[in-house]
Design a protein around this ligand. Structure first.
Ligand SMILES: *[C@@H]1O[C@H](CO)[C@@H](O)[C@H](O)[C@H]1NC(C)=O
Ligand SMILES: *[C@@H]1O[C@H](CO)[C@@H](O)[C@H](O)[C@H]1NC(C)=O
Length: 158
């Protein structure tokens, strides 16, 4: 696709950021949903369809024409679960807190001790997960280790 012309589109809106990975094989792949701006799983994909985000009061919010969507974290079912899915929804997240550390997006929750709060995984169909393990250690099959960062250029690019 050549990217959406729908709001907020390809010009960065005030108060929002692009969020992109910086490690191979997802270097400069951008946070979004598919289709764009619609509730559903968080993925990393082309700059042409990048979403616009910020962290507000511990919520990861995505700007859409109809208001904002919230990044909802899958609750850890038991201690053997090592990655947590992220889905955008009209409902606020009630599990843990998002924050920036420098330009890196982090997530934390009191009930889980994470070795690296900036550790993410990109797995099947480019779905984004919170990595509860260490960065680049015991990477689950089919996944790639990533850190994801805000980027505030007027337009996203690869
Ligand atoms: C932990 O939860 C996962 C996901 O729900 C499940 O597949 C797995 O069987 C559970 N493991 C244990 C030990 O309960
Ligand atoms: C988390 O992992 C990233 C990527 O390797 C690294 O840059 C960062 O320093 C790590 N943070 C901690 C607290 O280990």
């Amino acid at each position: 696709s050549g990217g959406s012309t729908a709001y907020p589109g390809t010009a960065l809106q005030s108060g929002y950021y692009w969020i992109r990975a910086v490690e191979s094989p997802n270097f400069h792949q951008y946070l979004q949903t598919s289709p764009e701006y619609v509730a559903g799983p968080a993925i990393l994909s082309s700059y042409t369809t990048a979403g616009q985000f910020n962290v507000v009061d511990g919520q990861l919010v995505e700007l859409t024409a109809g208001g904002v969507l919230y990044g909802n974290v899958q609750v850890q079912a038991n201690s053997s679960v090592t990655k947590l899915g992220l889905t955008f929804s009209t409902t606020q997240n009630s599990y843990g807190t998002f924050s920036w550390s420098g330009d890196a997006l982090q997530w934390s929750v009191a009930s889980i001790t994470r070795p690296n709060l900036s550790a993410w995984l990109v797995c099947e169909e480019q779905h984004l997960y919170i990595n509860l393990g260490a960065y680049d250690y015991l990477t689950p099959a089919g996944c790639a280790d990533e850190t994801i960062h805000y980027y505030n250029a007027a337009t996203a690019s690869d």
